[in-house]
Write a protein that binds this ligand. Structure first.
Ligand SMILES: NC(=O)c1ccc[n+]([C@@H]2O[C@H](COP(=O)([O-])OP(=O)(O)OC[C@H]3O[C@@H](n4cnc5c(N)ncnc54)[C@H](O)[C@@H]3O)[C@@H](O)[C@H]2O)c1
Length: 266
């Protein structure tokens, strides 16, 4: 149990990646605070963790609203005394090209992906500093933050911003013993998230055709699942990573390392 006695706050706990990470942290002994703007995602993730023998609470919170973030951090403190681990996973996916993107959608995507991460990091880190917690903060990025993807201007911009947010926050917090690292997922195998949705009593999400053939382009020939991101988050959260801060850990089946014209599965 690598996170025994630790408290972890995870934002964006849909049945897909957020719940995968929250469940992975709980399996290692962490008490988990599941935070989501959707009350169902917050409560059902917490119920799923407690149903498997873990400890968790669900909190409804819009991470782009500073008052709501402060209230969620206060509530987590009330419930569990403090926070040792924060996983900034909440995000708004998808988008449009620079030619089409409406300003309101751009603002909303940046508000959640960038400002939401800033606000959660700020208020959780303040609590860590106050309590002398040598905590770990993990920021979920995307391979779309490393590369220019057509038709996804707000997402690519916000996710690449998070890569340097990670480094700058790591520098601000180093003297407090708080580590800040990012985790880069990529196009994700949909099976685990779909199974979890069904386990939560939801209809199985419909398989959507993807415009790009991600699997064919992945050097490892298959796509990662949420549990692979959970393994990486557990490592970054644990004492095994005690001297690691300001790095990006890619869990992308080799996607970003690939020489661009090479088609591995051709
Ligand atoms: N699915 C992928 O293939 C993939 C690939 C790379 C990176 N990611 C990243 O992983 C993370 C999770 O992705 P996912 O596929 O599980 O997406 P998802 O849409 O299933 O989950 C996102 C969650 O964030 C929550 N959220 C949205 N706005 C919020 C707000 N204002 N306040 C609080 N919560 C809010 C949603 O309610 C939802 O539960 C995101 O940061 C995403 O960018 C996903």
């Amino acid at each position: 149990m690598r996170l025994d006695g630790k408290v972890a706050m995870v934002t964006g706990t849909s049945p897909n990646i957020g719940a995968g990470i929250a469940g992975g942290l709980a399996e290692e002994g962490a008490k988990v605070v599941c935070v989501d703007v959707s009350a169902d995602n917050a409560q059902e993730c917490a119920a799923w963790i407690t149903g498997r023998g873990g400890q968790a609470i669900g909190l409804t919170c819009d991470v782009s609203d500073e008052g709501q973030v402060e209230a969620a951090v206060a509530r987590a403190r009330e419930a569990y005394g403090g926070i040792d681990v924060l996983v900034n996973n909440a995000g708004v996916l998808g988008g449009q090209s620079v030619l089409e993107m409406p300003l309101a959608r751009w603002n909303q995507q940046l508000a959640v992906n960038l400002t939401g991460t800033f606000l959660c990091t700020k208020h959780v880190a303040r609590l860590m500093v106050e309590r002398g917690t040598r905590g770990s903060i993990v920021i979920v990025v995307s391979t779309a933050g490393h590369q220019g993807q057509a038709g996804n201007i707000g997402y690519c911009t916000s996710k690449s911003g998070l890569l340097n947010f990670t480094r700058a926050a790591a520098m601000d917090l180093a003297r407090h013993g708080i580590r800040v690292n990012s985790l880069t997922p990529t196009a994700t195998d949909v099976e685990e998230g779909a199974e979890r949705a069904v386990a939560w009593g939801r209809p199985r999400p419909e398989a959507r055709g993807r415009l790009l053939d991600f699997q064919k382009m992945a050097p490892m020939g298959r796509l990662p699942s949420p549990r692979h991101y959970a393994d990486a988050a557990v490592f970054l959260a644990s004492d095994a990573a005690e001297m690691i801060t300001g790095v990006d850990l890619r869990v992308d089946a080799g996607a970003v390392a690939k020489y661009w014209p090479w088609i591995p599965q051709a």
